[in-house]
Design a protein around this ligand. Structure first.
Ligand SMILES: C[S@@+](CC[C@H](N)C(=O)[O-])C[C@H]1O[C@@H](n2cnc3c(N)ncnc32)[C@H](O)[C@@H]1O
Length: 222
């Protein structure tokens, strides 16, 4: 296909204050609750210690914490501005006792030797220039039998499809979010690319499209 859309990377960390604040203020309630609900449908209740990779300002993490009442969470992000926003969210919602936040740029040796009962991640994968950073971190930080749930954007096949999604979902968004959503769709991986990444990582996870712009990879570690 001549107008096939190639991947264009975007910066990994979201560490500009204005960018982080605009992201945190946006109403992502529909896709974020969809993420947590779809995880519950595929994997059931999360228990024990749960790691959220690329937790950002903590909206998805807080929804996981509210939906999985016995679990303890660790949210990891490389951007200090994002973690400051996440800390305020956890305090406001009374979740600070069950949600710890740690600043690490992935891959990070700070996670070595720590084994989690579940590893989740939303919208980190498309930021990574080396997607194996996510899959290797999952493999090394999940205990045997750990549940894994990753959701991310899915790159459209063509520029026209990308522009249609941008206008459908971000036409009323502030300029910084409009820019970031377009950049994120350009940077996202396609289903076949994620399947190939998992084959390289040796991870046996299922990969599915779950909306016009989202994919999931999920399952349990051996
Ligand atoms: C689009 S945000 C997603 C935040 C949150 N998971 C959500 O769904 O709202 C991606 C986050 O990943 C973080 N990030 C990107 N690359 C990273 C890396 N290599 N190590 C740690 N964090 C990273 C960014 O700083 C940003 O906060």
């Amino acid at each position: 296909m001549s107008d096939f859309l190639k991947r264009t990377p975007e910066p990994e960390l979201m560490d500009e204050l204005l960018q982080a604040e605009a992201y945190a203020a946006a109403d992502f309630s529909e896709p974020h609750q969809h993420c947590v609900n779809t995880c519950a449908q595929r994997l059931g209740e999360l228990t024990g210690k749960v790691l959220d990779l690329g937790c950002g300002p903590g909206d998805v993490l807080s929804r996981y914490a509210k939906a999985n009442l016995t679990a303890q969470f660790v949210g990891v992000d490389g951007a200090s501005v994002m973690l400051a926003l996440a800390k305020a969210v956890m305090e406001e919602l009374g979740l600070s006792q069950r949600v710890a936040l740690e600043q690490h740029y992935l891959p990070s040796s700070a996670l070595s030797g720590r084994y989690f009962d579940a590893v989740v991640s939303n919208s980190l994968l498309h930021h990574l220039n080396d997607p194996q950073v996510l899959w290797k971190t999952i493999e090394t930080s999940g205990r045997s039998g750990a549940r894994v749930f990753v959701m991310d954007l899915m790159r459209p096949a063509t520029k026209a499809q990308l522009e249609a999604l941008v206008h459908k979902y971000a036409s009323d968004a502030p300029p910084v979010l409009f820019r970031d959503f377009r950049a994120s769709l350009h940077a996202a991986y396609r289903l076949d690319e994620v399947k190939a990444q998992l084959a390289i990582a040796g991870l046996d996870l299922k990969v599915e499209a779950v909306s016009d712009r989202h994919l999931i990879a999920w399952g349990t570690l051996p």
